[in-house]
Design a protein around this ligand. Structure first.
Ligand code: ATP
Length: 234
């Protein structure tokens, strides 16, 4: 579903991604792991078209999208939940969800989509008319995920979804990801909670200094403490 080849990206003069390449198959869950500053967030942002200076190939469903604007990638079915969540201030939960819905092929069936989302996220259903930025950190993360799902994506990219969230909500969130995967959603996840990420994922790539330095089955990586220690210490 997603093929990334020889991806390079720069912030100003800093050459951050140095030839990253990986694939995510349809229905697969893949995780990117690596130390702080390794380039994981930059990878997701570049795949989504949010880093201005980039070279290489990003193919989504067979089409090279390296030059496509972000909204077009979203419209093709590629959704992104950024690390900082980007809940829009001054908009209610419902209005934030509508922002995701705009990219959905089902946007004309708003009531049905919102019902489905509300069923998946009961905490949000109770707060549809509350200002999004007054939600707790965990609820805001749920809203960011719900907004991405409102676009009815075929693939979702999640950046550190468990960061700063209390354990009970993290459990809930990973149960949801496992369910979405069973339902056929393709997932690319960056997560510092390596154990949880590897439990969810089929395969994993280790990123170090803007390159992929190791890849394999999640189960094999889970059984390889040396690699984890070498590249995943935070
Ligand atoms: P973390 O877990 O800390 O988010 P990461 O693997 O996601 O780590 P990135 O956020 O991709 O790493 O950062 C990679 C490098 O790019 C770091 O050296 C960082 O300082 C730098 N960087 C990130 N964003 C910018 C920016 N907007 N301008 C300049 N440099 C940046």
């Amino acid at each position: 579903m997603l093929q990334v080849e020889n991806l390079n990206a720069w912030y100003g003069r800093s050459h951050i991604l140095q030839g990253i390449g990986f694939t995510v198959g349809q229905g697969e869950a893949v995780c990117l792991i690596g130390r702080n500053g390794a380039g994981k967030t930059t990878t997701l942002r570049t795949v989504m078209g949010l880093v201005a200076r980039r070279t290489g190939a990003v193919r989504f469903k067979g089409e090279d999208i390296i030059g496509a604007p972000t909204h077009r990638r979203l419209g093709m079915g590629l959704a992104y939940v950024p690390e900082d969540r980007r809940i829009v201030r001054g908009l209610t939960v419902l209005e934030n969800l509508r922002l995701g819905l705009v990219a959905s092929p089902n946007r004309h069936k708003e009531a049905a989509v919102i019902d489905r989302i509300a069923e998946t996220f009961p905490r949000l259903r109770e707060r549809l008319h509350q200002a999004g930025d007054t939600l707790s950190g965990g609820e805001q993360q749920m809203l960011a995920i719900a907004r991405a799902l409102a676009a009815d994506p075929e693939m979702i990219m999640l950046d550190e979804p468990s960061e700063g969230i209390m354990p009970v909500l993290v459990d809930e969130m990973f149960e949801l990801f496992a369910r979405l995967k069973r339902e056929g959603l393709t997932i690319l996840i960056v997560e510092q909670n390596v154990e949880r990420a590897l439990q969810l994922a089929d395969r994993a790539y280790i990123v170090d200094q803007g390159e992929i330095v190791h890849s394999g089955l999640a189960a094999d990586l889970m059984a390889n403490p040396e690699i984890q220690e070498k590249y995943c210490a935070i």
